[in-house]
Design a protein around this ligand. Sequence first.
Ligand code: UDP
Length: 312
Amino acid sequence: MPRTVITGGAGFIGSHLCDHFLGLGHEVVCIDNLLTGSKDNIAHLEANPKFEFVFHDVTKYIEVEGAVDFILHFASPASPADFERLPIQIMKVGAHGTHNALGLAKAKKARFLLASTSEVYGDPEVNPQPESYLGRVNPIGIRGVYDEAKRFAEAITMAYRRVHHVDTRILRIFNTFGPRMQLDDGRALPNFISQALRGEPLTIYGDGSQTRSFGYVSDLVDGIHRLLHSDVWEPVNVGNPDEVTLLQVAKEVIELTGSKSELVYKPLPPGDPKVRRPDITRARDLLGWSPTVSRLVGFQRTIDDFRRRLPR
Ligand code: UDP
């Protein structure tokens, strides 16, 4: 059975990947420094003899004994709130962390999958965004730390492919949500759900006319699985093209939670993309992938998870 290393394996997406690959019989080595991840996300796995948790910061040399078949590099803070709180950690994990993870892939002759992001497109002039769009990123803006770290990560991944012949995959993840997101992560959906369940006002940044396209985490995991087992080395967008305004999202969360919360308007953070929607032609054509969980079904599952976890 394959042995799979997941950096950021205690995070929101990483922990769902641990579940997925353990479910297929892989041995899973989860590496995380718990900066934004949590032991709660993997507590149910700790008794599993095929699961190993390694408390480690991947910006430092990564040591893994024994054979490794797959490396899924998911370690990074990823919420816009983190762009202001943890900018240097974000740049270090995108740069040194990705370098170390690629070094491990080279040493172990493992296939390497990079978790990249729709943020490589910045504040885009084209909507939807195909993989061929080269992006509009402000390197000195607040979001630049994340955008440039991930652009660097894609570049060094390609360099290791070209120079060291590491077998690489690049996944560009669009807004993804679901159970295990941090309650106070600062992103729109966790904020709205926590606020609605607490009866606090939902904070709309700007006038709420900006759009995002929200994909459910199980669909993302399916896309990751397909990409990993394909021979597609070019970047692939994975996300749900179901585009919606943030105002609409806030209203849906109020409706689904049955909350009496109102809306309050706050300033739009600088550089906040006005639109975002994946062009998923490549994922459809090359991976046979498309999303299956509708936004409202996903929202309801996430609300149920938040209800269970919110302190009473
Ligand atoms: N947003 C909002 N209220 C919040 C948090 C975010 O209106 O409490 C907006 C944010 O300005 C952005 C969108 O929601 O336009 C999505 O933000 P998120 O933090 O989820 O991630 P992003 O897609 O910007 O990376």
